[in-house]
Design a protein around this ligand. Structure first.
Ligand SMILES: O=C(O)CCC(=O)C(=O)O
Length: 248
């Protein structure tokens, strides 16, 4: 599933786009799960008042999605992810973090330039992110952008990014040259696999009717710790041991 050329590009430029090899019915099931979780949270929020409803409607993503969806708990073990783990992490790998990131028309905002490692620096520092297009991801509906090669710039300083009507809140990386940025448009079922040091962002959804659905599992070697606490961090779900799948 991952060619030598793609592996070489990962080492040189920090990313490549692969065909995920997912059954269309599985993509539909993930899409339906993302909808279900959103609807259930909205329903719950209705009993809590308007502010809670607005918060859910404007929520950027649902984290630890494997705990919210049995479909997702299986999905994180799809062959494309396991192969990426074998190639770029080693025979033992854990799920670091996973989120369902739905970007609807009108409400889907920009998510600023960052390195995933810039949110919570870890030891080891580098891991992999597998940004998966559950539906087509286009410039118009808010696809991700990357700066190929920026994984070689090392860990950049990140500062808090306040939420605005145009941007989700979070952190933003401090750097000056984004001239090498490229959009990564993907068809449903494609996966952008990149280093946690890759600078990336995503655009606003400016379409009238196209919902951009991304699912974003990340993987690292076991025994990863957060630098600020020295303690294990993230989802801590083993998916691969001695090169073999760890079943749910
Ligand atoms: O899906 C998106 O819009 C961006 C997600 C992302 O970059 C992240 O969660 O680190």
């Amino acid at each position: 599933m991952i060619s030598e050329a793609q592996a070489g590009q990962f080492r040189e430029l920090g990313y490549f786009v692969a065909e995920g090899g997912f059954a269309p019915s599985l993509l539909q099931a993930m899409s339906a799960e993302m909808d279900r979780v959103y609807r259930e949270h909205l329903e719950q929020a209705r009993s809590e008042g308007e502010a809670a409803v607005a918060a859910v409607r404007h929520q950027r993503s649902f984290s630890q999605f494997h705990r919210l969806s049995a479909v997702a708990a299986q999905f994180v073990r799809e062959p494309i992810y396991l192969e990426a783990c074998r190639r770029f992490i080693g025979p033992d790998a854990d799920l670091y973090y996973n989120q369902a990131a739905t970007k609807p028309p009108e409400r889907g905002r920009v998510f600023s330039w960052h390195q995933d490692s810039g949110y919570v620096p870890t030891e080891p520092l580098e891991y992999i992110t597998c940004w998966t297009a559950i539906t087509d991801s286009t410039l118009e509906n808010g696809c991700i952008w990357i700066i190929p090669g920026s994984q070689k710039w090392g860990l950049l300083e990140h500062v808090p990014e306040p939420e605005t009507t145009e941007r989700y809140g979070g952190k933003t990386a401090q750097f000056s040259d984004e001239s090498g940025a490229i959009p990564v448009e993907m068809r449903a079922g494609q996966v952008a696999i990149f280093s946690s040091l890759m600078l990336h962002k995503s655009g606003a959804n400016t379409s009238t009717a196209s919902i951009r659905r991304g699912y974003v599992p990340q993987y690292h070697s076991p025994k990863l710790i957060a630098k600020h606490t020295g303690q294990p961090w993230g989802d801590q779900v083993p998916v691969l041991r001695r090169g073999e799948l760890v079943a749910v």
